[in-house]
Ligand binder design. Structure first.
Ligand SMILES: C[S@@+](CC[C@H](N)C(=O)[O-])C[C@H]1O[C@@H](n2cnc3c(N)ncnc32)[C@H](O)[C@@H]1O
Length: 296
């Protein structure tokens, strides 16, 4: 699903944003997302969804989700500043963080050294992984906010497949494409993002999702991928879908805007589903999905 023209320019705009964002994320008290002190103190920023998808993929108990990753070779694709990567490394995995942002990888190495673990890093476009990464991994781990930066999901999925050993697994947690379509709720509900097939969404602005007040200015382009695009790309790349799950609640608000509402249980939901009154909607629309797929 590649887009016809200027895609390199669009990706260059995205790269510029990520170089800036990687330098800022986790460095200020305003950061609503990357609380690195918690990780350095021995904690994790993984939510129950990441932990449960890792547990299911590795056949670990849910209450000790990382207990089976020790000794596994894990490629954390589009790792950003490497937070989950160092947590996996602390659990005994051999982790390689891959990202096209050199700043993000420097930050990942710095975090690893603060945590006292060792990780490898590879600066690469996720759509063109170097041969040195091919056939080497038990798990390719991908988390929230990765595939919206990829114009050609089929090509990206082929890289995932190339990186895996036979029997290795893609373990993926992502924003649901339906949630991504919504822009805002107030004063009126706006839907302005395509549902799939690589549709484009370009925006200019300042700040980032983690630190809206930061001194970042950017023009970025996202690409829409439906659930069918994800599963069909995986199948075409030689992966067998083992499990696909959709979630109507999430432990944090990924965007920090007015779309999700936090319940008394602390979980966040997109309550637009039934009738005019959110309180009449016991469940919301899907906000996240996970995929476990095996290279056959
Ligand atoms: C939202 S972040 C991923 C967040 C990560 N899951 C986390 O929790 O920190 C997206 C990452 O994708 C990377 N990225 C975007 N487009 C890429 C590409 N074409 N190739 C490699 N990395 C890319 C960015 O540099 C950024 O670090």
């Amino acid at each position: 699903m590649s887009n016809p023209k200027n895609v390199d320019d669009l990706i260059a705009g995205n790269h510029d944003f990520w170089q800036q964002a990687a330098g800022v994320h986790g460095t200020t008290t305003e950061d609503r997302y990357y609380q690195l002190d918690r990780v350095i103190a021995g904690g994790t920023l993984m939510t129950p969804i990441e932990e449960s998808v890792i547990a299911r993929a590795t056949q670990a108990p849910l209450d000790n989700a990382l207990s089976k990753v020790a000794g596994l070779d894990i490629l954390y694709l589009q790792s950003h500043i490497g937070v989950d990567g160092v947590v996996l490394a602390r659990a005994g995995a051999h982790v390689t963080c891959a990202d096209f942002s050199s700043v993000a990888l420097e930050r990942a190495l710095h975090l690893a050294s603060n945590v006292g673990v060792s990780i490898d890093t590879v600066e690469t476009d996720a759509r063109d992984l170097p041969e040195s990464l091919h056939g080497r991994f038990d798990i390719v781990y991908v988390t929230i906010g990765a595939i919206c930066w990829i114009d050609d999901l089929a090509l990206w999925m082929r890289q995932v497949s190339l990186a895996l050993r036979p029997g290795g697994k893609l373990v993926m947690f992502e924003i649901h494409p339906l949630y991504q379509m919504f822009n805002k709720r107030v004063p009126e509900l706006i839907v302005d993002f395509p549902y799939g097939n690589g549709g484009l969404f370009t925006e200019s602005g300042s700040g980032s999702y983690a630190d809206p007040s930061s001194d970042i200015t950017s023009t970025t382009t996202n690409f829409a991928h439906s659930i069918a695009n994800v599963t069909n790309s995986a199948i075409a790349a030689g992966l067998r879908i083992d499990q696909l799950d959709e979630y109507v609640e999430i432990a944090f608000d990924p965007r920090g805007d007015d779309l999700l509402q936090q319940g008394e249980d602390g979980l966040w939901r997109l309550l637009l589903g039934r009738g005019p009154n959110p309180e009449d909607a016991p469940e919301g629309l899907p906000v996240a999905f996970t995929v476990i797929a095996t290279k056959v």
